[in-house]
Design a protein around this ligand. Structure first.
Ligand code: IMP
Ligand code: MG
Length: 428
């Protein structure tokens, strides 16, 4: 039997970001009470609502600031340590009391300034029918993160040293590639020109570089043909593939250029050294069996294909012939099927001993489902150490840009946030 709570939780909570939902609920009151024209002059209404929204963002900014102070005092900002459970022992910051699932913040977020900027573009406080939405709040949080780094640069602080990008649905379409004319490419080159390291941190796992070279071809050509980048700056481009399993670095030798594999022994993190091959295989075997059972139980299309790799297992859509054109078409899985599979695998692996001895990531990639060994939290940390072995780049100097920030199980970029990197949620 399912209680109402259980149904709500099972169906919705895995999709909700509690922090964004909470901010949205704070903004709902001024919208309901004040975004109504009591006065004849609509500008007066707009000004009043804008001021109230802005005050709310100012207050949240202060709550974040005192949370950072609280967490720093209690050693909760050290990503090398597992932070799980520590909040229980030493009390909670005010923001943690209000939003229990909130993770650590590594930088201040100038939300007040970001709100005013977004409002000037999106006219949020001019709206009378549509309250500030989840997407409005995402935009404001993203903008605040960028404003923080701009402020740091202005003040001559440490600033931004590493930007990592997710691949599918962030840099390119699902399953797509970066082509030569892609508008994001000049910006990525600009980051390299500013001595910022750039990492592509993707779940797509291939143990050799050709596939990454073809999917990132446009970027490689731009870096190779750049006349402004020094060779050191060019070598600040890397790919972390299969979440945290394969590392490649940009190289060029005359007309020859691409990604060169870097031996695991150079970058492997201490905790990853303890992972045993038999635990990795047992975990993937277990996930594979679960996927096969679910394919049957959920009556997935027979065409659905199981893919097994050395460090991953997934279910991807198959193809069939279109009845009218005769051309092959993909047989897609529904959103409900994808979510049910991810949540079931995640839930089953939590009690599977070999899996508990390592890190794994189960996620819904939009049209497929994967269980990978490792995670983007480790992937980003590997890059922080690889680029700066003697003085690893800090979380507060790192920004991850991704598209998969569903809070539990479903997203794989969210791990980068849980491990405490500043993040930007890609908004199409
Ligand atoms: P990301 O968005 O760049 O992290 O890539 C995720 C997508 O990569 C998934 O949705 C899959 O379509 C694709 N993919 C290809 N190989 C793998 C793999 O080994 N593990 C997980 N995802 C994979
Ligand atoms: Mg993605």
């Amino acid at each position: 039997m399912s209680s109402k709570y259980r149904v709500e939780y099972q169906l919705k909570n895995h999709r909700k970001d509690e922090f964004i939902t909470w901010i949205k609920s704070l903004l709902a009151s001024p919208f309901v009470l004040h975004a109504v024209s009591h006065d004849d002059d609509d500008n007066v209404t707009t000004e009043r609502v804008r001021r109230q929204y802005a005050e709310i963002f100012q207050d949240i900014e202060l709550l974040i600031s005192s949370k950072i102070e609280f967490d720093a005092k209690n050693g909760l900002l050290d990503v090398e340590e597992s932070n799980e459970g520590q909040y229980e022992l030493i009390g909670k910051s005010r923001l943690n009391q209000l939003v229990p699932s909130i993770g650590p913040f590594f930088t201040m977020l100038p939300l007040h300034e970001a709100f005013l900027w977004e409002d000037s573009k999106r006219a949020i406080s001019q709206r009378r029918m549509v309250a500030p939405s989840f997407n409005d709040v995402r935009h404001i949080l993203n903008t605040a993160q960028v404003f923080h780094f701009i402020q740091q640069k202005r003040e001559g602080g440490a600033g931004l040293k590493l930007v990592t990008f997710d691949g599918d649905v962030t840099l390119y379409e699902d399953g797509g590639s970066l082509v030569d004319a892609d508008p994001v490419i000049p910006y990525m080159v600009k980051l390299l020109e500013s001595n910022i390291r750039v990492g592509i941190c993707t779940a797509a796992g291939y143990d050799e570089p050709t596939k990454y070279e073809s999917r990132l071809h446009g970027l490689l050509v731009a870096v190779h043909s750049s006349t402004t980048l020094t060779s050191e700056q060019k070598s600040n481009l890397a790919v972390m593939g299969g979440e945290s399993n394969y590392l490649f670095r940009y190289y060029e030798d005359g007309d020859d250029f691409g990604f060169k594999p870097i031996d695991t022994s150079i970058w492997v993190l201490p905790e990853m050294k303890d992972w045993q091959d038999h635990d990795i295989n047992a975990t993937l075997d277990f996930a594979e069996r679960t996927l096969i059972t679910l394919k049957e139980r959920l009556k997935l299309p027979v065409e659905t294909v199981l893919v097994r790799k050395p460090r991953a297992v997934g279910l991807v859509p198959g193809e069939k012939s279109d009845l009218t054109s005769g051309k092959p078409v993909r047989v897609l899985l529904s959103r409900e099927q994808l979510e049910e599979i991810v949540l079931t695998i995640q839930h089953s692996l939590e009690t599977f001993k070999p899996a508990r001895r390592l890190h794994y990531s189960c996620f819904d990639g939009g049209s497929d489902v994967w269980c990978d060994i490792g995670g983007k939290d480790l992937g980003v940390r590997i890059l922080q150490k690889f680029f700066s072995p003697n003085n690893p780049i800090k979380p507060s100097e790192t920004l991850h840009v991704g598209d998969q920030f569903a809070p539990t199980g479903l997203g794989n970029d969210v791990k980068a946030r849980l491990a405490g990197f500043n993040t930007m949620d890609f908004i199409s």
